[in-house]
Design a protein around this ligand. Structure first.
Ligand code: UD1
Length: 353
């Protein structure tokens, strides 16, 4: 069985790591990097730290408007997919790289599997919501991380093509957490009472008034805030004249994955609009305050470990200082062996074709 994974953005490299390990020796696995993320700290360090083999192909598409970026990826992927004729094109999550590979695969009649299928924010202003819905409906196999994702897929008529595998980000998180506990990596700061913050979503960065309000709210937190700045945030703040580094906020570059996990473990909480970080905070039992009005990872909110402040930014500082909730009763994100189930699901679905 030949599987061709298409990745391009930071969270996809994290998801690729356990999948690549689970497929090793079981299938021929080719990796295509679209080049959506290209800075060393946004791409190369993930391959090095997570032991992912070098991509077989890098399309070096780079940044651009949604249409230009997605179109360039579809065009470049077509000849790569044609040349390799994989048994599965495997796509991850909800970025423009995901949608581009989905379109390129189905137009060539190649079987498509979508990992992290069935997540929904129901916010149609989010580019990622369109990417994930369109990819799920194009896919021949929807690999879902949670029971709720399976329910969404069933409601949309996709039950027959869907398999619950668990969350592959949980697989990698548990491995990296144990490594970090055994040998803590150095961090750019030494204190253990700070809050780790990341902001990069278009809805928070691209409107200058919203960006200013988000950064003002974060500056109101009564703990030192370590703001790990995605390049999109820096560029947007520069354009809007919003000062990121101010009393209470220290600016840092994005961290490599093991350092990010170490930073969360050493923190008193997280403020973010990232999807993955909400879940990582939950699994590491750190309070998360999410700067969005909704989330795909609703289980983190239901358990009390995550709260959404997108529509009430004024409450952000108080929410960051809220009391710890009780230990969650169950683990909605799986047992850390999701990637093995991905490999099995791909094999089973192929044998039924
Ligand atoms: C993308 C995904 C988002 C995901 C995020 C993870 C889409 C629509 N969005 O958003 O779902 O949560 O990745 O980080 O696919 N840039 C650099 N260097 C890089 C990459 C980007 O400087 O290596 C800058 C460029 O100015 C670029 C901007 O960041 O225009 C945005 O990058 P882009 O890949 O378009 O989207 P992200 O915001 O990273």
């Amino acid at each position: 069985m030949r599987i061709l994974s298409v990745v391009g953005a930071r969270p996809q490299f994290v998801k690729l790591a356990p999948v690549s390990r689970a497929l090793s020796g079981v299938a021929e696995h080719l990796v295509v990097h679209t080049g959506q993320h290209y800075d060393e700290l946004m791409s190369d360090v993930f391959f090095a730290d997570l032991g992912i083999p070098e991509p077989n192909v890098n399309l070096a598409v780079g940044s651009g408007s949604h249409g230009a970026q997605t179109g360039a990826m579809i065009s470049a992927l077509e000849s790569v997919l044609q040349a390799h004729q994989p048994d599965w094109v495997l796509v991850y999550g909800d970025t423009n790289s995901t949608l581009a590979a989905a379109i390129a695969a189905v137009k060539l009649g190649l079987p498509l599997a979508h990992l992290e299928a069935g997540l929904r924010s129901f916010n149609r202003a989010m580019p990622e919501e369109h990417n994930r819905v369109l990819t799920d409906h194009a896919a021949d196999l929807c690999l879902a991380p949670t029971e709720l994702a399976i329910r969404h897929l069933s409601r949309e008529g996709l039950a027959a093509r869907s398999v619950l595998v668990g969350d592959v980000m949980t697989d990698v998180l548990y491995i990296v957490r144990d490594r970090v506990l055994a040998e803590p990596p150095p961090l750019p700061w030494n204190d253990s009472d700070s809050v780790v913050a990341t902001i990069h979503r278009a809805e928070n960065t691209d409107d200058p008034a919203q960006l200013a309000a988000v950064i003002d709210a974060i500056a109101g937190v009564d703990r030192p805030v370590r703001l790990l700045a995605h390049p999109r945030l820096r560029a947007a703040a520069h354009r809007a004249g919003v000062v990121l580094e101010r009393e209470g906020i220290t600016l840092h570059d994005p961290l490599p994955y093991p350092q990010l996990i170490a930073a969360v473990m050493r923190s008193v909480g997280v403020v973010t609009d990232s999807g993955g970080l909400q879940k990582e905070a939950f699994l590491l039992r750190r309070l998360c305050t999410t700067v969005r009005a909704e989330t795909e990872w609703v289980e983190t909110v239901e358990s009390g470990w995550n709260t959404l402040v997108g529509s009430r930014l004024r409450d952000l500082p108080a929410e960051v200082s809220r009391a710890m909730p009780p230990e969650p009763v169950d683990n909605p994100y799986g047992d850390g062996h999701a990637a093995e189930r991905v490999a099995a699901a791909l094999r089973d679905a192929q044998s039924r074709r």
